[in-house]
Design a protein around this ligand. Structure first.
Ligand SMILES: Cc1cc2nc3c(=O)[nH]c(=O)nc-3n(C[C@H](O)[C@H](O)[C@H](O)COP(=O)(O)OP(=O)(O)OC[C@H]3O[C@@H](n4cnc5c(N)ncnc54)[C@H](O)[C@@H]3O)c2cc1C
Length: 469
């Protein structure tokens, strides 16, 4: 293997949108550099979640098919491309709003070329948007405008399959089932990566090393930063719940905006709390991280619809001295919640939280609302959720109830843990250079992006930069 991969110019670790768009943009600019992309997961055509057949998560080994493999966490996401620079991460703070918006428009065209739906949600309906905004203002919430291109889970897989085939046909090497466990540094220059696969291992050397390992690889990258003195800082950690209500409750917002981006700073803590990843007619899902950590998420299909809408409510926490391990903090909350649910996602009715009691399985059956994550276990999420986060969530839900009447109903379901691991932020300049020569960090694992489109944008800009070298 070392012989076969001895003449590589660029190694990309992670075949999520950030890695993919780096390679695509290099090709689009006529680059002749030899590119190797490595992922610990599988080709997109070989990724499948057994849950759809067996009805529950079987904790796939060595990797969860939901979060690893070609197209990264994007394969099984419903592919909502946020088309505004205001959504999806902090890249505009680094590169400026204009460049980021221009690159969003450019990357969107590439998605269209590979077959994305031409329809854009959340535009027009001006009078109805005004009414929703009026209610949001009255409730002390900000409504962010964001056009959305909805690929749909099954369509997203087709689009990424077409991209995978295009990369292969253009000479990009794709290596699956190999995990990068270390970086090879000489002084302050990165020379290569160390890869492992079961009992095999190999060193691959290249001129440019791109790390785009997503949230899945964020804690690994945080450890590498400490080990190799890669300049980084602690960012925000997002802790929250996945909320599920009947479609009737969200009907107006779903029809007018598709996704409501609401932000609030509820009393008494005034922390930022926001809605995220709304799935009209969608399904609550589970993703598994290393050490068997089960985390809740949600997605929606283009054609197959449920009776429910789900969305995340996330509270942003910033820690101060002496604490500097936000990812570990979020993981501990996840582990505690998993422990209470005997390894499953916990679900509780909002009314029970206010009444200070757990939810019983039989009580779930008494509601209009049937959970779309059938193996979630009824219980008490407040026994694991930090006080501050819980109060933020309760007060935010009650504020959203003014915009969406019925949102704070007794039967509204809260699933936990919903955690986002992007709090380790790699320090870089506007040319996407880290303090280590030849090493670049992109996408969600870099701490600068939080979504498909922003990760794709960072990839495009990296590809352009590498092409200039
Ligand atoms: C269920 C679900 C629904 C979502 N829905 C949406 C949505 O609708 N809209 C949206 O904008 N975002 C959504 N997201 C988030 C979105 O998928 C991510 O923000 C995006 O994929 C980040 O891209 P990335 O390239 O940075 O990383 P990822 O897509 O996470 O890709 C990283 C890749 O790196 C690989 N990897 C990790 N560590 C290693 C290692 N050490 N060695 C080798 N390979 C490694 C992984 O296997 C993975 O394939 C969703 C996520 C999930 C899980």
């Amino acid at each position: 293997m070392s012989k076969e991969y001895s003449n590589i110019d660029i190694v990309i670790i992670g075949t999520g949108p950030a890695g993919i768009f780096t390679a695509l943009e290099l090709l689009r600019n006529g680059s002749k550099q030899k590119i190797l992309m490595v992922d610990k997961g599988r080709e997109i055509e070989n990724r499948s979640c057994p849950k759809s057949k067996v009805g529950h998560c079987i904790n796939c080994r060595p990797c969860c098919n939901i979060t690893t493999g070609f197209s990264g966490a994007g394969a099984f996401s419903d592919g909502k491309l946020s088309l505004s620079y205001e959504v999806g991460g902090d890249l505009p703070m680094l590169l400026g709003e204009t460049l980021v918006q221009e690159t969003i428009d450019y990357a969107d065209k590439i998605y269209l070329e590979f077959g994305a739906d031409k329809h854009v949600e959340g535009v027009g309906n001006t009078e109805q948007v005004k009414d929703i905004r009026r209610r949001a203002i009255q409730a002390g919430l900000k409504l962010v405008d964001c056009p959305i291109r909805h690929l749909g889970t099954e369509k997203a897989q087709e689009i990424y399959y077409a991209i995978e085939q295009h990369l292969l046909a253009s000479g990009v090497e794709l290596l699956f089932g190999w995990e990068c466990d270390d970086l090879i540094l000489e002084g302050d220059t990165c020379k290569g990566v160390h890869l492992t696969k079961i009992s095999e291992s190999v060193d691959v050397y290249a001129n440019q090393i791109i790390i785009a390992t997503g949230r899945r690889g964020a804690d690994w990258l945080e450890r590498k930063c400490a080990e190799h003195n890669i300049a980084h800082e602690q960012g925000t950690v997002d802790i929250g719940v996945r909320v599920e209500v009947r479609n009737e409750i969200m009907e107006k917002v779903n029809n007018v905006l598709y996704e409501s981006k609401l932000i609030g700073y509820p009393l008494p803590f005034k922390n930022k709390v926001r809605t995220f990843c709304q799935n009209p007619g969608g399904f609550v899902s589970q993703e598994n991280y290393d050490n068997d950590l089960a985390v809740v998420n949600g997605h929606s299909y283009k054609d197959l619809k449920s009776d429910n809408t789900n969305l995340a409510i996330l509270c942003s926490h910033n820690f101060t001295e002496p604490f500097n391990q936000p990812i570990a903090y979020a993981q501990k909350i996840g582990e505690l919640t998993n422990m209470l649910g005997a390894g499953h996602i916990l679900v509780q009715r909002f009314g029970d939280i206010l009444d200070g009691k757990r939810t019983w399985q039989k009580e779930l059956m008494q509601s209009n609302l049937k959970p779309t994550l059938p193996d979630a276990v009824a219980g008490d999420i407040t026994a694991a959720m930090p006080y501050r986060a819980m109060i933020n969530i309760i007060n935010f839900i009650q504020a959203v109830d003014h915009v969406v009447p019925g949102f704070a109903s007794i039967e509204t379901l809260l699933y936990s843990p919903e955690l986002k691991f992007y709090s380790n932020r790699i320090k870089m300049n506007t040319d996407l250079n880290t303090n280590i020569n030849g090493l670049h960090c992109l996408g969600d694992s870099s701490g600068w992006t939080r979504g498909l489109m922003m990760a794709s944008v960072m990839g495009v800009l990296m590809g352009r930069k590498l092409n200039r070298k």
